[in-house]
Design a protein around this ligand. Structure first.
Ligand code: AR6
Length: 163
């Protein structure tokens, strides 16, 4: 069951949230900044020991002060026009997030629109990739949530899920 929710991902009480991080894993703007603020300073201290994360890969931390139990940090590609492997890297973010979630017995998980903010990945193309991977994993989770921050993003996901 793939659900579309509009709102702040940090408020969701789930087994895991996915964070659209950068390679340092030490925080930044956008959803990453919101997650670090809501989780508290222990998150940065914990992530310092993880030693970063290459683009397309994932790392996991506890949720600390978040209602979510785990945070799966993934680093989406920066959009450079699409011929530098951006679509494949974005797909890896989703696939690797689901694979790690399964290792941690996660049954309920939410994703933001990875790479579609500061990293400028085109929203329609990113959502198409996200939904196609979500459909591959649908049977293995109780809830898969596409957490949209804007009405435009919500509309894109709802249209894709209708088709
Ligand atoms: N809940 C859900 N979605 C959110 C929230 C929130 N609280 N805040 C923003 N979004 P971005 P990126 C949406 O820029 O493009 C950071 O500085 C936002 O509207 O957060 O992967 C990192 O440290 C957009 O749809 O992530 C990296 O340096 C989506 O989340 C860099 O930005 C992703 O936007 C990563 O850029």
């Amino acid at each position: 069951m793939i659900e579309v929710i509009r709102g702040d991902i940090t408020q969701l009480r789930l087994d895991a949230l996915v964070n659209a991080a950068n390679e340092s894993l030490l925080g930044g703007g956008g959803v990453d900044g919101a997650i670090h603020r809501a989780a508290g300073p222990e998150l940065k201290a914990y992530n310092r020991r993880l030693g970063g994360c290459p683009t397309g890969e994932v790392r996991i931390s506890p949720g600390f002060k978040l209602p979510a139990r785990w945070i799966i940090h993934t680093v989406g590609p920066v959009w450079h026009g699409g011929d530098r492997g951006e679509p494949a890297l974005l797909e890896s973010c989703y696939r690797n997030s689901f694979a790690l979630a399964l290792e941690y017995q996660v049954r309920t998980i939410a994703f933001p629109g990875i790479s579609t903010g500061v990293y400028a990945f085109p929203k329609d193309q990113a959502a198409t990739i996200a939904v196609s991977v979500m459909r591959d994993y649908e049977d293995r989770f109780e809830r898969i949530i596409a957490c949209c921050f804007s009405e435009e993003d919500e509309r894109i996901y709802l249209n894709l899920l209708r088709s």
